[in-house]
Design a binder for this molecule. Structure first.
Ligand code: DX5
Ligand code: ZN
Length: 217
């Protein structure tokens, strides 16, 4: 089943509660929550206080994408603030400390994910594949919404789909960056099942239509 995860990075933050209610009514599966530290990526976004407020405002599944250095420093805080899934970048620390981040998330009863930047080879996921609930393949350089989809990521998605099917079939395969009605069929064909979309959902007046276009494209 294809899931759609609108990224609130493109939402109106002054009206976040009603923006998220709008995508819930529009059929979204997850809320994608982008956290940026100005170090791992050259931008800042939102963090723990906003997550706590959002948790009170919605029962939707919150998928927290941590674009931060040394994420193990904050994984417990994101779990306690209400994330349902905490996703860390494999490039953001040593493998020992990425494993510690995953372990913390799982011990707190939440789902754990790992993310690969466009320049990171598919193989980088292998040390974590049997431990995680989701792998995220970035299809743009992380840091900003509204960028163009990188077609060169399609073989990486196909490779990781093959490994997931063999080694951890319950693991989800998410893609993030430049997803809209025209790129969605490509990533689905390559094997992705969770599609993040920021501008293609929140910059459209009819969010239900935007979500169903991505899901059914
Ligand atoms: C980029 C973020 C994405 C972003 C996607 O660093 O991780 O989640 O919001 O935005 P679009 O869908 O506009 O490319
Ligand atoms: Zn993201």
């Amino acid at each position: 089943m294809i899931k759609v995860a609108p990224s609130i990075l493109s939402a109106d933050f002054a009206r976040l509660g009603s923006e998220v209610e709008d995508i819930r009514l529009g059929g979204a599966d997850y809320v994608h929550f982008d956290v940026m530290d100005g170090r791992f990526v050259p931008n800042l976004s939102i963090g723990i206080p906003v997550l706590k407020s959002l948790r009170k405002a919605t029962e939707m599944f919150i998928d927290a994408h941590l674009m931060i250095l040394e994420p193990v420093r904050y994984t417990e805080a994101f779990c306690k603030a209400g994330a349902d899934l905490v996703n860390v970048h494999v490039e953001a620390d040593s493998s020992e400390r990425i494993l510690a981040a995953i372990d913390t998330v799982k011990k707190l009863g939440k789902k754990a994910g790992v993310t690969l930047k466009p320049g990171t080879p598919a193989e980088a996921v292998l040390p974590y594949l049997d431990l995680v609930d989701l792998v995220l393949v970035m299809t743009v350089e992380p840091g900003f919404g509204g960028q163009s989809f990188m077609h060169a990521m399609l073989p990486k998605i196909e490779t990781i789909r093959g490994w997931i099917d063999r080694m951890n079939p319950d693991c989800e395969l998410e893609v993030d960056g430049g997803i809209d009605g025209s790129t969605a069929p490509l990533v689905k064909k390559a094997g992705a099942n969770v599609l993040v979309a920021g501008s293609a959902v929140f910059k459209r007046p009819d969010r239900a239509k935007a979500i169903s276009e991505i899901r059914n494209a």
